[in-house]
Ligand binder design. Structure first.
Ligand code: SF4
Length: 258
């Protein structure tokens, strides 16, 4: 398909179709960082920089028990905190962010994570992307999370030509009802991690093929594409795209998603 002659209305309609196809393809989409409070999610999101969510989830149970409040991070022993979060990489910088985050929350917000974007982005270690993750998943305020997967996929779909994350957030936000923003973000990120990979997207086993102007960026041959799917639902994803699930190797099913 070509998008050069697509009208604004046509683009909105195609975007909504993509949204519906993603809803069907990824019924399991959710925030992949384990948390039970805004503070835990803020901490997990800081730790997730340059690190897989899986690795973060291995580290956080111990961390959350040891540091249950903002005051605990504010007064943390640096060496002990560094040791606990070391497996997530960049642990010195992350320790710095966590201690400063704890201090700022205690000093300015009575130890509570605020529920407004304008306040969240003033906190150490919390950029706009992180703030939207926290708003959407810990406060139920719709938010679009433009991470590397999101940016790559909406570009491949020709839904925006913007490269600045804030502009992407606004352009994509205008194509979808606000109430859908948080789940839409999860589904796009799920699709990016499991199907539409950065280097070799599984075009031949993708349910969005008919809606995507970048179809053909990756292998279109079903047998090749099926091998590129990832995650526990890789065979369901193949079946949904009309590809024989038996073509998906076991290693794809158990593969760690990036
Ligand atoms: S058809 Fe290919 S490029 Fe388009 S969304 Fe699917 S995997 Fe990505």
């Amino acid at each position: 398909m070509t998008i050069s002659s697509e009208t604004a209305l046509g683009r909105t309609r195609r975007a909504r179709r993509i949204g519906r196809a993603l809803t069907e393809a990824h019924p399991d989409a959710h925030c992949e960082l384990d948390h039970s409070s805004p503070l835990e999610l803020a901490v997990a999101t800081i730790l997730s920089a340059q690190c897989t969510d899986k690795k973060v989830n291995e580290v956080t149970p111990k961390l959350f028990v040891r540091y249950p409040s903002a005051a605990d991070y504010a007064g943390a022993d640096r060496t002990e905190l560094e040791e606990l979060i070391r497996p997530t990489g960049f642990y010195r910088n992350k320790t710095d962010s966590l201690i400063k985050l704890g201090q700022a929350l205690v000093e300015r917000y009575d130890g509570q994570v605020p529920g407004k974007l304008a306040d969240l982005v003033t906190l150490p270690g919390i950029g706009r992307k992180t703030a939207n993750v926290i708003l959407g998943n810990a406060f139920g305020v719709p938010g679009i999370t433009v991470d590397t997967h999101f940016q790559r996929l909406v570009g491949r779909w020709g839904l925006t030509t913007q490269t600045d994350p804030v502009k992407i957030e606004h352009e994509i936000g205008a194509l979808f009802p606000k109430r859908e923003w948080t789940m839409l973000s999860h589904r796009i990120i799920f699709h990016g991690r499991r199907v539409c990979h950065a280097r070799k997207p599984a075009c031949g086993a993708c349910t969005l093929a008919k809606l995507c102007p970048s179809y053909g960026t990756g292998p279109t041959e079903p047998a090749l594409a099926a091998k590129l799917l990832k995650g526990p639902r890789a065979r369901d994803l193949a079946a949904a795209a009309g590809v024989d699930p038996a073509l998906v190797p076991q290693q794809a099913v158990v593969a760690e998603v990036p």
